[in-house]
Design a protein around this ligand. Structure first.
Ligand code: ZN
Length: 410
């Protein structure tokens, strides 16, 4: 712990374990005396004293005021110091990069966003990402040694152990490129890589609308459609990292071709791109809609704006997309019985136009027993959800117990 680059060797394990225990107790309790730490951890007062001194020296904790006396001297209280270190969260989307720098309490110091093209390939993509992280760190002006790691979200299936994407449908040229290792070398910082929807789920679970919900799904509806699953408080990766590919669930066996090579996938019928394409086809077919005024390629934003102004065709397109998403979510609910489904990504911003048909379809199609406890809500953290999830990923690594680190072999 706190030294996540080096594996903890068994002789130091007990000490590291006790240190992690004490620090995590202080983080949880917010304000606690040495005597109460001893009670909570059942460690000896002398062990606590040594560990607390070490933690004070490295500034992970600080002394703050005094507590109530229980007969003797009033005890000095200790608190966790979130500014002892910083982490970076980077959300690499198909068309944007978003970077946040946060302290150890996940409070954001800066958020940067710029346009990006994942299709330009890994060479230019990774150098743009590196540059952006460097810029963010420079702007907040923190010492390099206080930066503990960078969490990176990518829009494809991730082999978490290998730190790379495997056969990603929307990342041409990135297949099996060692993204984690390359960024680690370029930034000279520990890097952790995961799928964007997985980190969206972790972000909402750790700091958003899914706090205290241990089973939840985060569905990102944007250029593509992805889903991250938190099961019993942990990201569920599946055998090879491709769990949650809800976008490639077949909705219509005879539906339109999908970029994955299949037909009638949810993504080919309800993603931002699918909605824009359907709108264009309707305009070409001469259907009555205010979208026919545009003399350029339509985007889903055009369709959303028209729908919000009452354009019947545009509303119909969102209604259909919502129904398709609802069919997929009903399946997800039947399989996993999540307590919460959070919908994020650009499409979630149209609100009820999408959520109403989603909810109606789910109510009809999911098993009554499974759906009873499942709320479907918009993301609370908005555009930053995935980057905050990337921050949470690094924080979990930093504060995990050394035993977990040993068990995971890194
Ligand atoms: Zn597909």
């Amino acid at each position: 712990m706190l030294n996540q680059n080096k594996p903890t060797s068994p002789p130091n394990l007990m000490r590291e374990l006790n240190k992690a225990l004490v620090l995590n107790v202080i983080r949880e309790e917010r304000l606690i005396s040495r005597a109460d730490i001893a009670k909570r951890t059942r460690l000896s007062r002398s062990t606590i004293s040594i560990i607390v001194n070490e933690l004070l020296e490295t500034e992970f904790i600080r002394e703050r005021g005094v507590g109530k006396s229980r007969g003797g001297r009033r005890p000095i209280l200790l608190e966790f110091n979130p500014r002892a270190g910083f982490v970076v969260g980077l959300d690499m989307g198909a068309t944007h990069l978003l970077t946040v720098v946060a302290d150890l309490g996940a409070t954001r110091l800066i958020t940067l966003e710029e346009s990006f093209s994942v299709e330009a390939g890994p060479d230019s993509g990774l150098s743009q990402a590196t540059q952006m992280v460097e810029t963010a760190l420079e702007r907040v002006g923190i010492e390099r040694r206080r930066v503990f790691g960078v969490g990176v979200a990518v829009p494809g299936p991730v082999d978490y152990a290998a730190g790379m994407v495997v056969s990603p449908p929307i990342m041409p040229g990135w297949d099996r490129v060692p993204i984690r290792d390359q960024l680690q070398e370029a930034l000279n910082l520990p890097v952790y890589l995961d799928n964007d929807a997985n980190l969206g789920a972790l972000g909402e679970h750790a700091y958003g609308v899914g706090k205290h919900v241990s089973n939840l799904a985060y569905v990102k509806v944007a250029t593509g459609i992805g889903c991250g699953l938190i099961i019993d408080g942990r990201i569920y990766h599946g055998q090879r990292g491709s769990a949650g590919e809800i976008g490639h669930l077949t909705i219509d066996e005879n539906g339109p071709p999908c970029r994955c090579g299949n037909f009638g996938c949810l993504e080919s019928m309800a993603s931002a791109e699918a909605i824009a394409q359907r709108a264009e086809a309707a305009v070409r077919a001469g259907q009555k809609t205010c979208l026919s005024q545009y003399q350029r390629r339509l985007t889903v934003t055009d369709v959303a704006q028209a729908a919000l102004k009452g354009d019947a065709l545009s509303r119909q397109l969102f209604e259909e997309a919502g129904r398709h998403i609802g069919v997929a979510l009903a399946g997800l609910i039947n399989l996993f019985n999540p307590g919460l489904i959070v919908i994020g990504g650009g499409l979630a911003e149209v609100g009820d136009l999408l959520f109403d048909p989603v909810q109606r379809t789910v109510d009809v199609r999911a098993m009554a027993g499974a759906v009873a406890d499942t709320r479907i809500v918009p993301s609370q953290l908005g555009r930053e959800t995935i980057a905050i999830g990337a921050v949470a990923l690094v924080l979990r690594q930093i504060f995990r117990s050394p035993v977990a680190a040993l068990a995971e072999g890194n």
